[in-house]
Design a protein around this ligand. Structure first.
Ligand SMILES: Nc1ncnc2c1ncn2[C@@H]1O[C@H](COP(=O)(O)OP(=O)(O)OP(=O)(O)O)[C@@H](O)[C@H]1O
Length: 518
């Protein structure tokens, strides 16, 4: 028999192409660890964990602790692939805070990058619950407030004698960092790197890239190569590298690490930048991982399969006719009663249309809200708070919610539109069954979609997905409301399209006048 080339065989068995990925640490072999038994844990951080009402570290947290504070001593860069809701945030926050707890001088030493503002806010809260206990400060760079306000919280301006103003362009001024740890989104991070005097990565010791596969997919103004260049030790013989950066307009030479003794490193030479990269669906693509320039990387993963669903998640199919999908959704939601649920659609437009339609059903006794990128950040934050506090029972969302968001008490996830990829299924379903809780994920399917859906779930070793039936009487009972809601929706869509056209015409008339005036 003809032998297949090795690479093809590996692909079939889903064996990672990178050798270091083939010998991971399996997190399923590790037990939870009571807080009181965590080796070397600073008692002040033990107290902070108790205040958070945590009694044990979860397995992924124990595994990372062992490779960082434990015997591993941050010797290797870590790639962490562990299911949604398994506690990855604390897994990196705790060792970083402990490692920095003995620092003498305040400088920016840890940078955590996340793809969205909502996620960055969530992660900052976890650091805020730990860092003050050991005298560290945490900052946020996400563009939530004006850049001036953000700078005033991040940078310590030099104190001057009364009446003397400092020159913001004078780089010899001794600016200092007001924070030890910064949680940032890539866009705002790049703004500070390029324009904020006194913002420097020269003392950075830890870089966390959370939701790595998402961040690597989008270049975001080349934030990663920029951060890596600015944190790479740069001897005088290596000077051209520094010149490249200044010619690109990034900050000043102050932002470049040098070999040798550094301010803020207690007279020691600057340490290697340690990287921790994480996701519930970590990429195995060598070219993508190469962008991270990892040092002697170690993979920490859960089980054999790269794609894992939370242990206590139950998945169901809901078979329905495409035309009657909204009726099945309403009936399903009514059956779930007051439970907190998230409904996912395939796009922001269908989220908006579905919400508008649901509103036209009349009083469904379900408090729901739209949550998508079409809305302003402040409106989204309000909706999220209402959902967290239980004032809103159902969120209808586009994929803006899929990654990382942690809302306590979400019992159900409903895929109104079938996800196209296993990664999307994992991140959507992962909004429930978090932190060892149970949860359910329902997917509305037309019979033609069943085969495809089965194949998607098989990628996460899910061979069975029972049908959740909706009684036909409940569908029939909703039909009259549905007919009138559809008619109202049709009229609304017409009015919205008309309004859009009118605004467009008005704009083109105005720009025509302006051109004439020019
Ligand atoms: N040791 C612990 N004990 C109890 N609860 C914990 C512990 N660690 C984390 N949690 C809780 O578990 C939930 C999930 O944590 P986290 O958001 O870090 O998960 P994640 O692995 O990052 O998920 P995702 O992949 O969806 O981002 C949070 O509500 C967090 O407060």
């Amino acid at each position: 028999m003809e032998k297949k080339p090795k690479e093809e065989n590996n692909k079939k068995k889903n064996v990672p192409a990178l050798p270091w990925m083939r010998n991971p640490i399996d997190i399923t072999d590790i037990d939870q660890c009571p807080i009181s038994c965590v080796p070397f844990l600073d008692p002040r951080l033990g107290g902070a964990l108790q205040n958070m009402r945590f009694t044990s570290l979860f397995p992924v947290q124990v595994a990372v602790w062992q490779e960082t504070i434990g015997p591993g001593s941050f010797g290797r860069d870590l790639c962490i692939n562990s299911p949604t809701g398994s506690g990855k945030t604390l897994a990196y926050a705790l060792p970083i805070v402990q490692a920095l707890s003995t620092r003498a001088v305040k400088c920016l030493r840890a940078l955590v990058v996340l793809p969205t503002r909502d996620l960055a806010l969530q992660v900052k809260e976890v650091f805020e619950a730990l860092a003050p206990a050991v005298g560290l400060s945490v900052g946020l760079a996400v563009g939530q407030s004006s850049i001036a306000d953000e700078i005033s919280l991040l940078i310590n301006k030099p104190k001057l004698e009364a009446g003397i103003c400092y020159d913001p362009q004078d780089l010899s001024q001794d600016f200092g960092s007001s924070v030890d740890i910064l949680v940032a989104t890539p866009g705002r991070l790049m703004d500070h790197i390029s324009n904020t005097n006194g913002f420097t990565l020269e003392h950075l010791c830890y870089l966390v890239v959370d939701e790595t596969d998402r961040l690597l997919r989008e270049a975001y103004q080349s934030w990663l190569p920029t951060v890596l260049q600015l944190t790479r030790p740069c001897s005088d013989t290596n000077f051209p590298l520094c010149e490249n950066l200044t010619s690109l307009g990034f900050g000043s030479l102050k932002t470049i690490r040098r070999f040798g003794v550094e301010r803020g490193f207690n007279g020691k030479s600057c340490p290697r930048l340690v990287k921790l990269v994480l996701s519930a669906t970590l990429t195995q693509d060598p070219s993508k991982l190469a962008q991270l320039d990892l040092h002697h990387p170690l993979l920490l993963t859960t089980g054999q399969n790269r794609y894992q669903l939370p242990e206590l998640l139950r998945s169901f199919k809901v078979m329905c006719e495409s035309k009657l999908k909204p009726l099945y959704l309403v009936s399903l939601l009514q059956g779930l009663r007051e439970e907190k649920s998230i409904v996912f659609t395939s796009s922001v437009e269908s989220t908006h249309r579905l919400c508008t339609l649901l509103k036209f059903f009349g009083d469904l006794q379900i408090v729901f809200k739209e949550y998508s990128r079409l809305q302003h950040q402040s409106e989204r934050s309000k909706t999220l708070t209402a959902f967290r506090t239980g004032k809103v029972q159902v969120l209808v969302s586009s994929d803006a919610m899929t990654r990382g968001m942690d809302v306590e008490g979400v019992r159900n996830v409903i895929n109104y539109d079938m996800p196209t990829y296993i990664k999307t299924y994992i991140h959507r379903a992962g909004r429930t069954a978090r932190a060892g809780q149970t949860g359910q994920c329902f997917t509305l399917l037309h019979k033609d979609e069943v085969k495809r859906f089965k194949k998607i779930l098989q990628k996460a070793d899910q061979d069975s997905c029972p049908v959740h039936s909706i009684p036909s009487e409940s569908i029939e009972a909703l039909r009259p409301m549905y007919t009138s809601a559809l008619e109202k929706l049709r009229r609304r869509v017409e009015a919205e399209t008309h309004g859009k056209r009118k605004r467009k015409n008005k704009l083109s008339t105005v720009s025509g006048h302006n051109r004439k005036a020019d």
